[in-house]
Design a protein around this ligand. Structure first.
Ligand code: SAH
Length: 260
């Protein structure tokens, strides 16, 4: 059996219980060495064969996965964060489909969640933003023009920008051209949940200088939006005057009691 598993954002104890069990039982592990915490490999048995995919091509990875499957081994393909974001898992799954090899996916805690925890932030605040745009600047992988940072910035929703820590001047320009005020709160979160985590709060305009001052060039997320500071409306969910499926509003309860 082949399982694509999320390793979590960094801290070794932020893998899921299921992910940890998969590592403990694995005969073969292929891990994304550029970002997966190597401490996670200590969950593997001594006999487990471990491969670092940072040094391999897709073809080489597939060969290891397919050989493991043919030998009846338990194979784990370990991706950073959650595999569904920038994980390049689809091309692996498609090749397995072509060969009729079954697989499963075990989710993980994405780094955008790790960054929110580091910031002690809620990405969706009532009256401020109810949406989160997860995107990136174009790099070697192009981004379709209709998904430009400028076009998303026009929504003024919370944005979490992956894979762009090396392009912060351009990112600032695009965010501002798109409609964010230069003073909009922003943050650079470097290696969220790792021991060397850095949380750098700044504004849209000062992203590049803030990261440069701390020597941050990669493994960072950029968070942008008014949710990082300022006003919001209290939630309806926990409002005493609001009835939910699980709780009746205080006012309604009183009325009912009066009627009785
Ligand atoms: N699947 C991963 C993302 C892989 S793309 C996930 O769900 O998190 C790699 C990019 O993710 C990095 O360039 C960086 O922008 C971001 N990243 C991954 N781990 C991070 C962390 N611990 N802190 C901040 N950014 C991180």
């Amino acid at each position: 059996m082949i399982t694509f598993a999320g390793a979590g954002p960094g801290a070794a104890d932020l893998i899921t219980v299921r992910g940890q069990r998969l590592l403990q039982e694995a005969d073969i592990v292929v891990y994304a060495g550029s970002l997966v915490n190597p401490e996670l490999l200590s969950f593997c048995r001594d006999s487990c064969q471990v491969y670092n995919s940072a040094k391999m091509t897709l073809e080489e990875v597939m060969e290891v996965l397919e050989r493991g499957e043919a030998e009846g081994k338990r194979v784990v393909r370990l991706h950073t964060g959650d595999p569904c974001l920038y994980g390049a898992i689809k091309e692996q799954m498609d090749r397995l489909d072509e060969k009729g090899i079954a697989y499963e996916v075990c989710p993980g805690v994405s780094s955008f969640c790790g960054a929110a925890a580091a910031l002690e932030a809620e990405y969706t605040l009532p009256g401020v933003s109810q949406s989160v745009v997860i995107t990136r600047m174009a790099g070697r992988t192009p981004v379709p023009e209709r998904e430009s940072i400028r076009s998303f910035a026009a929504h003024q929703a919370t944005m979490v920008i992956f894979l762009s820590a090396g392009m912060l001047r351009q990112l600032s320009e695009e965010l501002i051209q798109g409609g964010y005020a230069p003073g909009t709160p922003a943050a650079v979160v470097y290696k969220a949940t790792w021991p060397e985590e850095k949380v750098l709060r700044c504004t849209v305009e000062t992203l590049a200088e803030t990261a440069e001052a701390e020597g941050v060039r990669k493994t960072a997320l950029i968070v942008v939006g008014e949710i990082l500071q300022g006003e919001y409306e209290r939630s309806k969910l926990y409002d005493p005057s609001f009835t939910t499926e699980f709780r009746q509003a205080a006012e309604q309860l009183r009325e009912q009691q009066d009627e009785r």
